[in-house]
Design a protein around this ligand. Structure first.
Ligand SMILES: O=C(O)[C@H](O)[C@@H](O)[C@H](O)[C@H](O)COP(=O)(O)O
Length: 233
């Protein structure tokens, strides 16, 4: 693993990071809309992105031509407080970004496998590749819902997996998940990793230096273009 597989961008504060990440994402989306008429942005959930979403929601992007989706989702209805869709609707799809279309991963279905099938067929009909993907990471080295202990980890990380969206079960998560698969993410026009705090910096450095099996490293090495890591203390 050489450092060329990622670019490290360090900021003095989380507010500054949110601002700069929003600018970088805006530029890529504006370019995508200018070139092909539409833009596709995948964002992550969890606790880190809220500040970034608030800034991005006010950005000058051709939102009416932009689709926003999720890198991964918890298998809970959109009104649930752990729903990433809820987080995105309340914090990103407001202000100027209210004009964007939202492509959900969650679907009301008998089980998470059925929901994944429904999401997968919607993605099959959507204009791919992703223009921008903004990933998060846990201290265990997971990104998207590629948890180190996921039953389906091998398939989720398999470059030959024909699925775009799949179900994930892992003992370390509170509920089953839906995730974009590695083959979908590798072709993204630009991929960012948004991480904050000393523990995540350490986890990222550890993965890159000495743990080739950790999902964040597998993803970083598989991407067509180096991942842009945005970090603030
Ligand atoms: O639904 C989720 O939890 C995610 O999309 C997940 O992949 C997240 O990015 C990391 O777990 C980091 O989460 P935090 O930002 O909460 O640390």
């Amino acid at each position: 693993m050489t450092e060329a597989r990622f670019h490290w961008r360090e900021f003095g504060s989380r507010e500054e990071l949110a601002q700069r990440l929003s600018e970088a994402v805006s530029r890529r989306l504006a370019q995508a809309v200018e070139t092909k008429g539409t833009g596709l942005l995948a964002v992550s959930g969890g606790s880190t992105p809220k500040r970034f979403f608030e800034v991005l929601s006010g950005a000058e992007i051709p939102w009416a031509q932009t689709t926003v989706t999720l890198c991964d989702e918890r298998f809970v209805p959109p009104a649930h407080e752990r729903s990433n869709e809820k987080l995105v609707r309340e914090n990103l799809l407001t202000h100027k970004a209210e004009a964007a279309r939202f492509l959900p991963l969650f679907h009301q279905a008998e089980d998470v496998e059925q929901a994944a099938k429904l999401a997968d067929s919607e993605f099959a009909q959507s204009p791919l590749p992703l223009d921008v993907a903004v990933l998060g990471m846990g201290n265990d080295g997971h990104t998207l819902s590629f948890f180190p202990d996921a039953q389906e980890l091998g398939l989720a990380l398999d470059r030959a997996n024909p699925k775009r969206v799949m179900a994930i079960h892992a003992a370390s998560t509170e509920e089953p998940r839906l995730t974009l698969t590695l083959p979908l993410v590798v072709h993204a026009g630009q991929t960012f990793l948004h991480i904050e705090g000393a523990a995540k910096r350490e986890a990222f450095e550890h993965a890159m230096a000495s743990d080739p099996a950790l999902p964040i490293r597998v993803v970083a090495e598989a991407l067509e273009r180096p991942i842009e890591v945005f970090w603030a203390p």
